[in-house]
Write a protein that binds this ligand. Structure first.
Ligand code: KIV
Length: 284
């Protein structure tokens, strides 16, 4: 059954968990969607794990639309959320609404996600007023790494904790349907989750959230440029892929691939090449 923003809201009321993963392309999204997650996020982590940038700051609206469209063609059951990239909503409320609209109209997502608290309240209100569901994102917001001075756990002192809780309440008042909490100590996450009635989705924020999200290539052990403490490898696809590719190279070199069963043959259409123009019996 298709997950909607209502499924998300209900989950918190019923004390049920939500699971989300990222996806950036059709084939992967199809596998993830059919596995039964509640939501798929076309995250701007696209920039690092799929496009090879050092951070997410260079990701453009065109990048997000391109990948959101691809993922949308595969998604049948999950709620599809697409990230608003850096500078697509910070410049003005007008830009925020216009770009959120593009992600829905051209990227075929069900909802958008944007990072930040009090600073982005007007943009969130505008997008929600345009009937587009918004997911918030607090804590370690990667689009602010230059302000934070790196990828650092957030909410480690009284004033940070207070402002995280206030921001979460303001986001809820502005109409977001859920909030991603990234790299926040689990005790603080609990306070935030208890302060609001909408679901919280954690990444690196412990177990006290309604749901969890991970970057799919991290949890499948494909992306190993670095490993954050919060990542659990559920597979080592890098090793499996390497082995498979090495076996392919070996097979080709040893003439074990392709074999007859991997080849098309004229015998399948009962055509005897020796009788035809190219045949050895051809006297013309
Ligand atoms: O871009 C992303 O993948 C994200 C998740 C890590 C929440 O924002």
């Amino acid at each position: 059954m298709k997950n909607t923003v209502l499924t998300f809201k209900e989950a918190k009321k019923r004390n049920e968990k939500l699971t989300l993963l990222t996806a950036y392309d059709y084939t992967t999204a199809k596998i993830i969607d059919s596995s039964g997650v509640n939501g798929i996020l076309v995250g701007d982590s696209l920039g690092t794990v799929a496009l090879g940038y050092e951070n997410t700051l260079s990701v453009t609206m065109d990048d997000m639309i391109h990948h959101s469209r691809a993922v949308s063609r595969a998604v049948k059951n999950s709620l599809l959320i697409t990230d608003m990239p850096f500078m697509s909503y910070q410049t003005s409320t007008y830009d925020a609404i216009k770009n959120a609209g593009r992600l829905v109209k051209e990227g075929f997502c069900n909802a958008v996600k944007l990072e930040g608290g009090s600073d982005v309240i007007d943009s969130i209100k505008g997008i929600v007023k345009a009937q587009i569901p918004v997911m918030g994102h607090l804590g370690l917001t990667p689009q602010s790494i230059n302000k934070f001075g790196g990828y650092k756990v957030q909410g480690k002192n009284d004033s940070e904790i207070k402002s995280l809780i206030e921001d979460a309440k303001r986001l809820e008042d502005a109409g977001v349907f859920s909030i991603v909490l990234e790299c926040i100590p689990l005790e603080v996450t609990k306070l935030i989750d208890e302060a609001i009635s909408i679901p919280t989705i954690g990444i690196g924020s412990g177990m006290n959230t309604t749901g969890q999200i991970l970057v799919y290539s991290d949890m499948l052990g494909m992306f190993k440029d670095f490993k954050a403490k919060f990542v659990k490898y559920y597979a080592n696809l890098d090793a499996s892929m390497n082995l498979a590719i090495q076996n392919y190279i070996k097979d080709v070199n040893e003439e074990n691939f392709p074999l007859i069963e991997h080849s098309y043959s004229l015998s399948e259409i009962n055509y005897d090449i020796s009788e035809g123009f190219y045949g050895s019996n051809n006297n013309n």
